[in-house]
Design a protein around this ligand. Sequence first.
Ligand SMILES: Cc1cc2nc3c(=O)[nH]c(=O)nc-3n(C[C@H](O)[C@H](O)[C@H](O)COP(=O)(O)OP(=O)(O)OC[C@H]3O[C@@H](n4cnc5c(N)ncnc54)[C@H](O)[C@@H]3O)c2cc1C
Length: 338
Amino acid sequence: MTYRGVMVIGEQRGGKLHSVTYELLARGRILADKLSDELSCVLLGHEMEQYAEGIIQRGADVVYIVDDPSLKYFLPGPFTSTLTRLTREARPEIILAAATTQGRTIMPVLAARLEAGLTADCTGLDIDPDDRLLLQTRPAIGGNVMATIKTPTARPQMATVRPKSAKPLPADPTREGRVIFKSYDKEFFATPERLIEFVKDTTQDVNVQDADIVVCGGKGLKTRDNFRMIEELASLLGAAVGATRDVVDLGWVGYPHQIGLSGKTVSPKLYVAIGLSGSVQHLAGMQTAETIVVINKDPDAQIFKVADFGIVGDLFDVVPELIEKLKHRKNGSNVREG
Ligand SMILES: Cc1cc2nc3c(=O)[nH]c(=O)nc-3n(C[C@H](O)[C@H](O)[C@H](O)COP(=O)(O)OP(=O)(O)OC[C@H]3O[C@@H](n4cnc5c(N)ncnc54)[C@H](O)[C@@H]3O)c2cc1C
């Protein structure tokens, strides 16, 4: 029995396409090209057809749409049953989903039903040129090593990918693809699960992942009081506040601010790293940022290896000066100097 192509599981929230779908398409496109095969995207929901064109423009060759009002909101039962059925019919060689709540819920069930393996939370994916197998890279042994995993026998090869660990491809209006509508009997979606209410988790309401600018502070700040400098700088730049795990462990800010392997992955336009060393675990969460600015007094700090601009200096001199300059600029009193 042959399995062909790469399939990504698109995500929507209450009928709106989630941007993580485009990130998955970017990952999937690279793999499909290396295999000289097709990339498909599955979209489960209600009235989602409007998004098919955009999905093709971002890399898909085929879009499978399963439309039913009962799929408008995520419920594990109907979603996993539908995906099991559809993947058995389409027989992709590789299935990717996002390591979001939805992806993390669906994929283990799907893998068990398809009797396949699953590598969760991958940070890297590639194709082995020798045997065409999927190379699934993820941190292992407490984040101290990066392990690359292969699935030589079972099919499909399945992986979840951390959100914000890949950049979406730019939309290409010249791309063409097929849209395939799959319909199943109403009874197929029947489930004892019921959506009662959607309650937003406001304790996690820190938008570091969506922010264009992130100012991240490390243990070099030394105290909670000093950490306020990071908050002030972030506020002046219209940025979100990030922190290293050590800072979170010290209780200076809450866990939702943590960036890195055991925190959030971010990919902002600008990342300002202040008084942090750049451990592998921290780098895992921010190295895809477009521009990285570093302020650290140690010229050998690891973080400088990923910096686009670096200031070797004492943050207690540099940051207050930066804050002053930005305040002046904000007040319209920035007289050009020197
Ligand atoms: C399983 C596991 C998961 C982990 N997950 C994460 C994670 O998600 N995120 C994360 O961040 N870490 C994580 N860690 C922890 C990680 O290994 C490091 O301990 C942590 O990132 C270090 O934090 P830091 O850079 O703030 O502190 P440090 O490593 O102590 O660095 C402080 C930096 O500040 C600089 N500095 C000091 N004083 C000044 C000054 N006056 N001016 C300028 N610079 C100054 C120093 O030169 C130094 O580079 C994890 C560890 C493990 C084992």
